[in-house]
Design a protein around this ligand. Sequence first.
Ligand SMILES: NC(=O)C1=CN([C@@H]2O[C@H](COP(=O)(O)OP(=O)(O)OC[C@H]3O[C@@H](n4cnc5c(N)ncnc54)[C@H](OP(=O)(O)O)[C@@H]3O)[C@@H](O)[C@H]2O)C=CC1
Ligand SMILES: O=C(O)[C@@H]1CCC=N1
Length: 268
Amino acid sequence: MSIRLGIIGGGVMAEAILTRLLASQLYPANSLLVSEPQSSRRDFLAETYGINVTDNNQTTLQATEALLLAVKPQILDKVTSQLTLDAVGNYPLILSILAGTPLNRLETAFPNFPVIRVMPNTPATVGEGMTAIAPGTQVKPSHLALATSIFEAVGEVVEVTESLMDGVTGLSGSGPAFVALMIEALSDGGVASGLPRAIATKLAIQTVLGTATLMKETGLHPGQLKDNVTSPGGTTIAGVAKLEEKGFRSAVIEAVKTAYRRSQDLGK
Ligand SMILES: NC(=O)C1=CN([C@@H]2O[C@H](COP(=O)(O)OP(=O)(O)OC[C@H]3O[C@@H](n4cnc5c(N)ncnc54)[C@H](OP(=O)(O)O)[C@@H]3O)[C@@H](O)[C@H]2O)C=CC1
Ligand SMILES: O=C(O)[C@@H]1CCC=N1
């Protein structure tokens, strides 16, 4: 079978996305090709998922539908300077998940190719990802439909203007790490209160998951949900008051804003 989707960079995000593309049967294993310099990583991906692998980035350009860029933003220039685009017979859709990397830079590196800037997140691994996509100047409705189908296989998709992509990166791109810290801290609080670690972590994870599901399914405002849990003179309001005293909300807001600014800096 011909290669329909090429991926440059076989790291964490590439694996998260390709596992769902396989599970959803959107792409069969033999239609995927991942280019990755580390031989042990190539062997792992080929043996685990049955996909095609190569150490030659140029080979991924044979992809008939799309080429996913999944390397670190800092090495984009190195990667693109080694590609010979004139040798390519077709123009696969370029999907870049590189944090902070603007469309105009990508479109300069891939002249005449349709380019979409994408920001997924790691819950993509279990099909619960949140992806934002921002189309470039050469993108047609068929390209948008293709990008949407690929990223809907890993969760939910929203289309935004490119000016919002750094904010998206600070919130949903980096957000899983912030939520993981919250879960770890909840578990630590449980352990400090005498719970065994395994039970504390189970409680913390299910509390975050259940709260998110409740808000998603009912559309309940976060403030209303907080009010619903806080009995007068009870335990929750005592904890909420302590969070406010310690600047919890301010710390989270600053974390997202700092990640947003870091995404902006990566683009310079
Ligand atoms: N991790 C996340 O949660 C998210 C990441 N992103 C973006 O995804 C991109 C990838 O991130 P992530 O998967 O975490 O990073 P990883 O480091 O896990 O993956 C990058 C991969 O690219 C490989 N690589 C290095 N040099 C080359 C090269 N010249 N040609 C081809 N492949 C190469 C690396 O190999 P080696 O290890 O040998 O260097 C590595 O396997 C980044 O741009 C990031 O901004 C976007 C959303 C979320
Ligand atoms: O930390 C990073 O730069 C990447 C982008 C969003 C999540 N991880």
